[in-house]
Design a protein around this ligand. Structure first.
Ligand code: HEM
Length: 402
């Protein structure tokens, strides 16, 4: 029994990456909240505990300031170009600044905007498949999902093809910051320079893209300074690319592992919206959400001290047997699916509609156009990341056309 010694319990469990869910179930069954020493955090795994934590007004999302407090001053200075942007980004803001910025973005990044980008998503998905279908195999993640999500967010924000390389090789701002990556600092300086030139161009000659709309709205209300508009631009790029690509990758793998469910989806495409929500519950790309206690508070009956970290394991909450019947079963027609794959409450994902729509088009297109995809279970490898559930790759070969 690997988890019997409580002092050894940690989300950093080397054997859990292939299948973290039995490990999560063990944690859920033993305690509502526990202290994870290697992670230096309280950890909440049950559905009700996750909802209560994400609703707790004594918790902050500003993980940047608390991290910086432990960084030596000379390094803090070097990280400044990155930390200054991160502290203005939506995921790390607290009210009232968060409320103001979220309201501003939500008025512009609407369902209508997502509907308008659907033809482009379909066009790009088909174009990517046209390229690979000439071969006998493909990597769903690298040949399709990653370039698709990168192209969609670039299209939405009005980044022309020739400048998209600037956003391509980024690892993710927060990871870059926490690992004190100087490469990430250099990349943010380069992006900022690019952004200020684009901003000036959009002011004099607005287009139909989201950035132009942000600029125009701000001209009327003057709510945000240029630094804040840059932070919004990056929030959308950073939070939306990898997550959506990996939802597509994880969903395709899950369907290939469940051929009966895959066939139901092929035969009844009208269930595809419900199916994507279920795939997100079952194998979502985001596993953890972090918070910091602003003042002494209590979570699940445990006293939490100001300054302590709290981690919500949404991947565990989405498999909680007290919330979901038969939680480890994939049911693409599942009703009342109140999963927390996009978070909950104040910081609920602003890109949820885009992510669901894009994944729906991507999976429909893959199922329709791939001639009998065959995958090899032995080749499946997950990245060893506790925050995200990400495949390293998803190679498939094509069988004969049925
Ligand atoms: C917030 C997941 C796609 C932009 C969040 C949160 C989660 C999440 C769990 C809550 C974080 C927290 O409470 O601290 C996902 C997943 C996605 C996805 C699983 C894809 C499958 C997107 C897309 C965009 C986006 C496509 C933008 C185009 C954001 C932003 C926030 C956020 C800006 C911060 C919202 C706030 O702080 O109020 N996302 N996301 N996400 N997401 Fe997503």
């Amino acid at each position: 029994m690997p988890y019997s010694n409580k002092s050894m319990i940690s989300l950093y469990h080397p054997q859990k990456y292939a299948d973290p869910y039995p490990f999560y179930r063990n944690l859920q069954a033993s305690e509502a909240i526990y202290w994870d020493e290697p992670l230096h955090s309280w950890v909440v795994t049950r559905y009700t505990g996750v909802i209560a934590t994400l609703n707790n007004i004594h918790l902050s999302s500003n993980r940047i300031a608390s991290f910086l407090a432990h960084v030596p001053p000379h390094e803090r200075e070097k990280l400044k170009p990155l930390s200054q942007v991160l502290t203005r980004m939506l995921p790390f803001l607290d009210p009232p600044v968060h409320t103001r910025q979220k309201r501003f973005i939500s008025k512009i990044f609407t369902n209508h905007v997502v509907n308008n980008v659907c033809p482009y998503i379909q066009h790009k998905a088909d174009e990517l498949l046209d390229g690979v279908l000439k071969k006998e195999s493909m990597d769903v993640l690298h040949d399709f999902a990653l370039p698709l999500s990168a192209a969609v967010i670039a299209e939405l924000l009005g980044v022309p093809e020739e400048h998209r390389y600037l956003f391509r090789h980024r690892t993710g701002l927060l990871q870059g910051f926490f690992s004190r990556s100087m490469q990430e600092v250099a990349s943010i300086i380069e992006l900022k320079e690019y952004f200020y030139n684009v901003l000036a161009a959009r002011r004099s000659n607005p287009g139909t893209d989201l950035l132009s709309k942000f600029v125009q709205a701000n001209e009327v209300t003057s709510q945000l300074n240029n630094e804040e508009v840059f932070a919004i631009y990056l929030s959308l790029f950073d939070a939306g690319q990898l997550t959506t690509a990996h939802l597509i990758g994880n969903s395709m793998l899950t369907l290939l592992r469940h051929p009966t469910q895959l066939q139901i989806l092929k035969d009844t495409p009208e269930v595809s919206a419900t199916a994507i929500a279920e795939l997100l519950r079952y194998e979502g790309p985001v596993q953890l959400i972090g918070r910091i206690a602003l003042s002494n508070t209590s979570i699940e009956g445990k006293a939490i001290k100001a300054g302590q970290n709290i981690v919500c394991v949404i991947g565990a909450a989405n498999r909680d047997p007290l919330q979901f019947s038969y939680p480890d079963q994939l049911d693409i027609e599942r009703g009342k699916n109140r999963h927390v794959g996009f978070g909950y409450g104040l910081h609920f994902c602003i890109g949820a509609t885009l992510a669901l729509t894009e994944a729906q088009i991507a999976i429909e297109t893959l199922l329709r156009r791939l001639p009998t995809p065959i995958f090899h279970e032995a080749a499946v490898q997950w990245q060893e990341d506790i925050n995200f559930r990400l495949l390293k790759s998803l190679p498939i070969t094509f069988g004969a056309t049925p």
